[in-house]
Design a binder for this molecule. Structure first.
Ligand code: DX5
Ligand code: ZN
Length: 213
């Protein structure tokens, strides 16, 4: 079954603990945590202190999406804060291979992400080092944007490639996921759907998560 990873970027930060508990109780499979540095993307979100605070109150799997320049500098600190999986952008790393190896050496799951304009060919050689590939279906930086269909071709390509190369990475898609786009992504081969607005802006979070599945 398709897994759902609600993005806390769309939560109410004044009651973040309650919002996280609500999606945990509603059956979310992972918790998507968007970290932005104002350099790799034109927005700033939050960092380690927020992650370590929420780590104390939930056992959810922390799916940390780093939209920061040269993430290799901070991997250890994100591990200490409570990350289970760290995804980095290929466009943000001077040495993506070294970065992915460093994530695994910390005992964490490793993910690589590509922006809407980056082709799958850019990460092909890195795939054996990845537990997850995150296909961005919006330009990273903000929640609430419209889904870009170009992501669907990349999901299908990655799905075909993992069979061809006998790899077992999961495929995650992020940005503009609603009931309609969720279905298209699942059909294309996505395993994990990130959803910010469509989950946190809904009064009935269980219904919202079930609808995406
Ligand atoms: C965008 C973030 C997304 C975002 C998704 O840079 O990576 O995770 O929060 O938000 P929605 O689901 O509202 O498009
Ligand atoms: Zn994200």
């Amino acid at each position: 079954m398709t897994k759902i990873s609600p993005s806390i970027l769309a939560a109410d930060f004044s009651k973040l603990g309650e919002d996280i508990a609500s999606v945990e109780n509603a059956g979310a499979d992972l918790l998507h945590i968007d970290v932005m540095d104002g350099i790799f993307v034109p927005n700033i979100s939050f960092g380690m202190p927020v992650i370590s605070s929420i780590r104390k109150n939930t056992g959810m799997f922390f799916d940390v999406h780093l939209m920061i320049s040269e993430p290799i500098r901070y991997l250890d600190e994100f591990k200490k804060a409570g990350a289970d999986l760290i995804t980095v952008h290929v466009e943000a790393c001077k040495d993506p291979e070294k970065t992915l190896r460093a994530i695994r050496e910390l005992g964490l799951k490793s993910g690589i992400s590509i922006k809407p304009c980056t082709p799958v060919s850019e990460i092909r050689a890195l795939l054996p080092l990845c537990d997850l590939v995150l296909v961005m279906s919006v330009e990273p930086g903000f929640g609430g944007q419209k889904f870009m269909p170009i992501a669907l071709d990349k999901i299908s390509e990655l799905d075909a490639l993992r069979k061809e190369l006998a790899l077992s990475y999961e495929i995650e898609v992020d940005g503009g996921i609603n009931e309609e786009t969720a279905k298209a992504c699942t059909i294309a081969g996505a395993d994990i759907l990130v959803a910010g607005s469509s989950v946190f802006r809904s009064d009935d979070r269980k219904a919202a998560i079930d609808a995406l599945r």
